[in-house]
Design a protein around this ligand. Structure first.
Ligand code: CDP
Ligand code: MG
Length: 164
């Protein structure tokens, strides 16, 4: 069984909109387990380590700078989610990046709707409520950036014997 851990952030728009509980609920009801959780006011240096040069390569320097402003614009709820194939399962619950394209039933598809074109015209990133690590390499880097080992909790959920 491929038990994995992955990093999830409720971004500043999600926290400001009071969506942290809604996001957590969607992971918990699927049987995925929260193993670390905190509210963080992110500084510039931390944001740059989260949205690394990889973002510049994929989307350009302008979007990276916009993303750093976005992530530092208010508190973020950071968590580590554990489960079987957690990286892929969490990304599926989150939905695709562009809110306009995100399927209803996903977090982005249920709480956001804006297009890249609209966000670009306002010179802001698509504010899509949530971040989730894209793959194992990103998950490893991002979990180490946001949490120290002693912030992770090892415990059993009461329903685990029914879920796994
Ligand atoms: O967050 P996700 O992994 O789905 O997408 P990403 O490609 O890693 O991009 C990070 C974030 O940049 C997205 O979640 C959007 O907020 C933003 N973005 C954007 O505003 N416009 C784009 N063309 C691409 C990304
Ligand atoms: Mg990404």
């Amino acid at each position: 069984m491929a038990l994995q851990q992955t990093l999830v952030l409720v971004k500043p728009d999600g926290v400001a909109r009071g969506l942290t509980g809604e996001v957590i609920k969607r992971f918990e009801q699927r049987g995925l387990k929260i193993v670390a959780l905190k509210l963080v006011q992110v500084n510039m240096d931390h944001a740059k380590q989260h949205y690394t040069e990889d973002i510049t390569e994929r989307h350009g320097e302008k979007i990276r700078n916009q993303l750093i402003d976005y992530l530092t614009g208010g508190p973020v709820t950071a968590m580590i989610i554990e489960g079987v194939d957690a990286i892929e399962n969490v990304r599926k619950i989150v939905g695709v990046t562009e809110s306009k394209s995100a399927a209803p039933g996903t977090i982005r598809g249920d709480f956001t709707h804006v297009s890249y074109a609209h966000a670009d015209s306002k010179e802001i990133p698509v504010r899509n409520v949530i971040h989730a690590s894209a793959d194992e390499k990103d998950a490893k880097h991002e979990m180490a950036l946001w949490f120290s080992i002693d912030e992770l909790c090892d415990y059993k959920r009461a329903d685990e014997s029914h879920v796994f």
